[in-house]
Design a protein around this ligand. Structure first.
Ligand code: PLP
Length: 444
């Protein structure tokens, strides 16, 4: 056998990238692709941004790598200060890792050690939600409610418990208002805490806006506020996973800002480095930090590449450009354009049951019939077909399956870079429209 990269899909050949410019990628055959999903909701400045490239080169020239048991770097310190300021409130303490999965692992260990420091070792249980995704490593997968990702690895996963998610389109009762539904969905958390015994629960983890599993699902109004109250009542730490929806993707630095809620621990990743380097962050409140500071004074954790200086320099430059170019305003404005364009193109399509999201993380959900919200047979792999049809038309979109019942239910997630223009949005929705039409002909 020839040597090669062990890819996700072993039997399909991938085009080789040859260049990237702004929101467009080019392959070795000269074909170009508009990146309408930021890869996996990562890219926010697109490719080839000179300020980021220069910052990375300058840092690499100064010191390519340091180990955090010996040194810190200016890049890491400045980035931490900026991230903390952007998070606001008392989310002042920033721990850098390399990926979203590592951020989840780190957040869980931080929560666990916090309770050990506080002399409550019995607090070891984590509550999560069905249809959630917090990462692919075993600890992160243990608290992920994504059925098809979990099931093959189930015997290896740690014990967590799961409550219903907050997903109005799929889970609200007929006639229920979003507010009443949000209240009901949050009540499930209190019930679960009481069933487990409040003194045994260390944390509740949730994506502020659900990304990969159900596709750009925003919380019902008031839901997260009630969740915060319930966590406070029982002393449970609230971990918000903003790996995908944080760092500006919804139009505010944290998606939780729009909900008026502050977590005890927040995880950030994708947009933090915008894809220029692999970097993620776990941000914790004064309360959590002081648990460590006034306790053992040591966090029993650490990874070889934590706070990598080149990654921190790249990320700092990305975050500076976002502010300098007022890109969150563009996220909000182009997000409105995207919502309008999606409704314009798919509003009368009876196979598009829902159009949802906020800022530049939006999705369409495909259904057999709009009234009954019946999903397509998962064997048809509709979202994968749409991805392939879009790719053939030079458009990258992010498919998802399982939003209806864990297996069935297809959605397409759009998460273009923050630099998209109104013309880009038109082109994205036009190509997506053609791709959806072509895929639907094949399955209807
Ligand atoms: N958490 C959320 C909400 C995600 O969307 C993802 C990845 O898609 C992760 C965690 C895992 O991140 P990574 O793939 O960087 O490990």
């Amino acid at each position: 056998m020839t040597t090669h990269v062990f890819h996700r899909a072993l039997k399909s050949a991938l085009p080789c990238v040859a260049g990237g410019d702004g929101i467009t990628l080019r392959d070795a055959e000269g074909r170009t692709y508009i990146d309408a999903c930021g890869g996996a909701a990562v890219s926010c400045l697109g490719h080839g941004h000179p300020a980021v490239l220069e910052a990375m080169a300058a840092q690499a020239r100064q010191a390519a790598y340091i180990h955090t048991s010996f040194f810190t770097s200016q890049a890491a310190e400045k980035l931490a200060a900026r991230v903390a300021e952007n998070c606001g409130g008392d989310l002042n303490h920033v721990y850098f890792v390399d990926s979203g999965s590592e951020a989840t692992e780190t957040a869980l260990k931080m929560a666990r050690q916090y309770w050990l420091e506080r002399g409550q070792p019995q607090r070891a249980k984590v509550i999560s939600r069905h249809f959630s995704y917090h990462g692919n490593t075993l600890g992160a997968l243990s608290v992920s409610g994504n059925r098809w990702r979990r099931e093959p690895y189930a015997p290896l996963l740690a014990d967590a418990s799961f409550i219903e998610p907050c997903f109005f389109y799929r889970h609200a009762e007929p006639g229920e208002t979003p507010e009443a539904y949000g209240e009901r969905a949050a009540a499930a958390l209190e019930k679960q805490i009481l069933e487990l015994g409040p003194e045994t629960v260390m944390a509740f983890i949730a994506e502020t806006v659900v990304g990969a599993t159900t596709g750009a699902v925003t919380p019902a109004p008031g839901y997260l506020k009630r969740v915060r109250e319930i966590c406070d009542r029982y002393g449970v730490l609230l971990i918000l996973d903003e790996v995908m929806c944080g760092t500006g993707r919804t139009g505010t630095f944290l998606a939780a800002h729009a909900e008026g809620v502050a977590a005890d621990i927040v995880t950030l990743a994708k947009g933090l480095g915008g894809g220029y380097q692999a970097i993620a962050a776990v941000v914790c409140s004064d309360k959590v930090y002081e648990g460590f500071y006034n306790g053992s004074g040591v966090f029993q954790h650490g990874l070889t590449y934590s706070a990598h200086p080149v990654a921190c320099a790249a990320s700092l430059a990305v975050q500076e450009v976002i502010v300098r170019d007022n890109l969150l305003a563009n996220v909000r404005a182009r997000g409105e354009d995207l919502t309008r364009a999606l409704h314009g193109r798919f509003g009368n399509n009876h196979n598009v049951g829902d159009i949802r999201g906020r800022g530049l993380i939006q999705a369409i959900e495909l259904v057999r019939d709009r009234g009954g919200k019946t999903p397509f047979d998962p064997a048809l792999k509709l979202s994968q077909r749409i991805k392939a049809e879009a790719f053939a038309r030079g458009l990258m979109v992010y498919p998802g399956a399982g939003c209806a019942d864990g297996r069935a239910g297809d959605h397409i997630l759009l998460a273009p870079p923050y630099i998209v223009t109104p013309a880009d949005i038109e082109e994205i929705v036009s190509r997506l429209g053609e791709a959806v039409d072509a895929a639907l002909v094949a399955v209807n």
